[in-house]
Design a protein around this ligand. Sequence first.
Ligand SMILES: [Zn+2]
Ligand SMILES: [Zn+2]
Length: 319
Amino acid sequence: MPELTDRHKVLIQALISRGPLSEKDFHAVFNGVTGKHPANHQQLFNDYLLKINKELSHVQCELRGCRSQNDGRVFYGFVNNVADDQSELGTKYSVPQIAFYKCIVEAIVQDSSAQGCISDIDALNIQLENQMLNGAVSESQDNSLSVPAAFRNFSISQKEKTLEQLVRDKWLCSNPDGKIGLGVRSFLDLRSWFRSNDIPSCEVCNEAAVKAELCPNDDCNVRIHQYCLIKRFSQKKAERVCPSCGRQWRCVLPKVEEIEEEDAQDVQSQSQPLPRPKRMKLRSGAATNADTLLSTSSQGAPNGPDFRRTTRSSARLRS
Ligand SMILES: [Zn+2]
Ligand SMILES: [Zn+2]
């Protein structure tokens, strides 16, 4: 098997030590390493990543691209596909801190309005004991159901400190309005976990729709990322209706020049979504350019907690 060259290794190192990197920054690294810019040498860029991922797959890692659902920007990162929470977060975070992170992720993905964030007050009010009793945290060493003191005593100030740290490390993000959303690192790392836990996906790109627009029809469960909606509705002759129920869908489109140039390519690939049976989501098709490339070896979810998600339909069933 041909070995990776130093150029390949520099790209991996850049993402390990400095990642996740925005597409722009990672492209700049690539340009520095190869003397060629991915914008003009897409095939070369793809070949590099495919080769790297082929090698990394032996150690169950990969370089992956994904969109931050907060702003639709593409990021690249180094992802360990066998990593459980302990190895990913565990080197830096304590067990209660990891449990706290899981609770926040759970609260965000369970939100039936798909806002992709919770208020900082809701975050600070999270009770780790509940997480423990829901079985979402691995059982304590002595196998008892009692809540460890570290969980009971996890104070508000510890939570505040943990929040800051998680935001700094890009596991979470802090929105301008003070709300807490998922950070780029979570979007990168939890991608397979979103799938295996049936987080509702975007009707256009099939990625998990953590932060998304809901179909204006209350009886329809369609969710679409705002950036996917803009792309779709920006196309000439595109009908501004829900692709599933046909209800008119209002969407404020930015002026053409505001649509990022970097998106040009996936506009192309998404302009003709694959036909698919109603209600059946393709799990691997129609991904964005970056995603398709970088998910070739993607498999195996991180050991996420067993989230019980709430969809609008299930919420309705209960009410
Ligand atoms: Zn989408
Ligand atoms: Zn609809």
